[in-house]
Structure formats: C-alpha cells, structure tokens
Ligand binder design. Structure first.
Ligand SMILES: [Mn+2]
Length: 377
C-alpha cells in the first residue's frame, strides 16, 4: 500500500501545513514529468539574488534549454557582479512590468520558483507568478513555505537549492549535467555552504559535488577565484571600516557589526561588496551568533548568522523577517541605534544567552547595557 510503504521512511514525506501531502518519491517523479512535458518554462528566484539563487536558476535554465525547452529566466533584481561570468547569465531578465515581461510569464506553461517560498521575496513579478494559471513548482530549502505551489521539492536540511536541483537531475538524466549546468550548480553549493564549511555539509554532499566537478570538468580553485577573488580596493576599504565596528555581547556569545550609510559612501564601494562580511563575526572563537546591521534610507537591514544549535530564524521573524535556522534576515523601520538596541534586547527570547562559549555569562558592560534598556537578565 502507498502509505504503509512510505511510512517506513520518514524522509519520504512532504509536509505542507503539517499534513502529509505526498511522498518525496512520488513528488520528484511528478516534477520531472511536469518539466519533461513543458515547452515554455519561466524560472524565477528571490530579490537581491545570491549565489544559490542565480546558480540554481542558471543550472536549471541551461539544463532545460539543452532538452529543447524555451526557457525564460526573470528576476526582480539584477545578478551580483561576481556571478556574471556564469554561462547563460546574460539571458537573465530583470523584470520591469512591461507588456513583454508580463506576457512572458502569462505565456509560460510551467513556472519554477527557486530558493524562496514566499511571494514577497519574489519582488515585482511576485503577483503575476502567484496568480498564474499554470503549475508552479517550488524547489527550495527555506522554512515555512506558502501554500500556493502545485508541486514542491523542498528540504530544510538541504545545504542549498542546488542540492535539491541535483536530486531532480539525478531522477531525470544525470548526463544532462554538462559544464554549463555543473558550473552554476557548483557555485550555488559553494556559496550557500560558505565554501563547504557549514553544518549541513555531509559526506553525501561532498560525493554529489565530486560528481558535479567531474561531469563539468570544473576547476574548483578557478570557481572560487571567480566568485571570491574579484574584490575591489573600495570593497576591502569598506571591510576594514566595518570590521572596526565589531562589538561583542553576552560575554562573547553574540557579535555585531555595522555598515553605516556614511562608511559605505566614504569607501566608494557598492553595498553588494559587503555580502558575506557577516560571516567574519562567526570566525571569532566562542561567537555563536553574528549580527550585521546595515543602515538604509528607509530603516535598518539586519542579517542574522549562527552556528550549531543557535537558531535565529524566529528572532528574525519577530521583526517581520525570516530565513533559515542558521541564516536569516529582517528589516527594521528604525534608525541604526534603535534597531541595534531592539535586536540585542530581544536576544534572550530566542537564544540561550546564559551559556556563552567562554562560560563567562554576561559581561558587566552588557549587564549595564541591558539594564539601561530595561531588559531583565
Ligand atoms: Mn539557498
């Protein structure tokens, strides 16, 4: 029987809103069939796209193109400059609401949403994607998916959307992974795992990546250099200013840094060049949570990063944001100072601040700071 067979393996369930919808084995087959039968496929991903977003989009786009499909890749925002070398990158369209772009979505017979499960995160084309009358497939590893997708291939423990995409290719035809598919897949996994160092990197993932490298005849050192060694002097100057804003909280358990409008302007760098700065905070021994506060015209962007069991997605959600357990973001409509105070003051509701890595508890300085804010500790 269908259910009894599936129930032998908890990993084969797909959960949607707490109820079992289909089994994974069932679902991946349906997704492959839908992709196989489609002629015109629209592929989209989230605003401010990162390496996993663009890499997954290009990997799927190039894979489907070589299977003879007409592929349109449409995003709300432009791709980061350090990913422009990826094959097919020039085909990605930035949605402008024009009749041509509206028509592109309307005339698709299948839509694939990658690396986000949320209409708002799709930005400008979000409404037309959600309202489209054709099947919408979700391939994603974020928490709390919205319920408007027709088919889903998702797993929160997956290192990246690209890992899930590889599983779909494995079910369909691994030989479709040529260098134009392998390079974006590799970059997507490399960037979403912090170059293969996060806790969701497993032996199985390394085997998968080994296969991707072989099939694409890729040079990992070159892939890394193309993505990470393209910094500008201005970007490094910004990094030095931002690093100097480092503050530790709760006895070194939480670290924070600030990118002010002023430091951005003085450095001459673009804000995209600050991507990844937040990970520097986690490189300090004992620090389990890193917070980056970025001042903008409308308020303060907060990036949350964490290690091990320290989960930050609910903390980000409490400010209207979200993401993953170990990497989330939120936007606080407040100036830099009050956004920092509010975020730090809320920490104890979401992480255990009494067990710092150095076992120091809260420093006197932080205790004073908290009492100044009216927070009990
Ligand atoms: Mn991702």
């Amino acid at each position: 029987m269908f259910w009894s067979r599936a129930s032998n393996n908890a990993n084969t369930f797909v959960f949607n809103g707490g109820s079992i919808v289909r089994t994974y084995e069932d679902m991946i087959g349906e997704i492959v069939s839908a992709l196989e039968e489609a002629n015109r496929v629209v592929i989209t991903t989230h605003t401010r796209p990162d390496g996993d977003a663009i890499g997954s989009q290009l990997a799927l786009g190039n894979y489907l193109s070589s299977k003879g499909k007409k592929v349109s890749m449409i995003n709300s925002d432009p791709s980061p400059y350090n990913l422009e070398w990826l094959p097919g990158s020039e085909k990605i369209i930035v949605y402008d609401g024009s009749l041509e772009h509206v028509d592109m979505i309307a005339s698709a017979d299948l839509i694939v949403v990658l690396d986000t499960n949320n209409k708002m995160r799709l930005g400008k084309p979000g409404d037309s994607i959600k309202e489209a009358s054709v099947p919408r497939i979700l391939i994603d590893h974020h928490t709390d998916p919205e319920n408007w997708f027709d088919l889903m291939w998702r797993r929160e423990s997956a290192s990246s959307t690209a890992e899930l995409l590889y599983e779909i290719f494995a079910d369909w035809d691994l030989d479709g992974i040529d260098s134009a598919v392998a390079a974006p897949l590799y970059v997507a996994i490399m960037t979403d795992t912090g170059s293969f160092r996060f806790s969701n990197v497993t032996p199985a993932l390394h085997r998968m990546v080994g296969d991707i490298v072989e099939r694409g005849n890729l040079d990992p050192a070159q892939m890394y250099a193309e993505v990470y060694e393209k910094r500008s002097v201005e970007g490094l100057r910004l990094m030095s200013t931002v690093l100097s804003t480092m503050q530790l909280h709760f006895g070194g358990l939480v670290g924070s840094m600030v990118i002010s409008k002023r430091s951005l302007k003085d450095s001459g760098a673009s804000i995209e060049e600050s991507d990844g700065f937040v990970n520097n905070i986690l490189s300090i021994e004992g620090v389990k949570v890193g917070l980056m506060f970025t001042e903008t015209e409308r308020g303060t962007k907060v990036s949350f990063r964490s290690k091990e069991d320290y989960q930050v997605h609910k903390w980000a959600q409490s400010f209207g944001g979200g993401g993953h357990r170990n990497a989330s973001g939120a936007f606080i409509k407040a100036d830099l100072d009050s956004a920092i105070k509010r975020t730090i003051a809320a920490a104890s509701k979401f992480i255990d601040i009494t067990t710092s890595g150095q076992d120091e508890g809260i420093s006197d300085e932080d205790a004073d700071y908290l009492s100044m804010l009216g927070v009990q500790n």
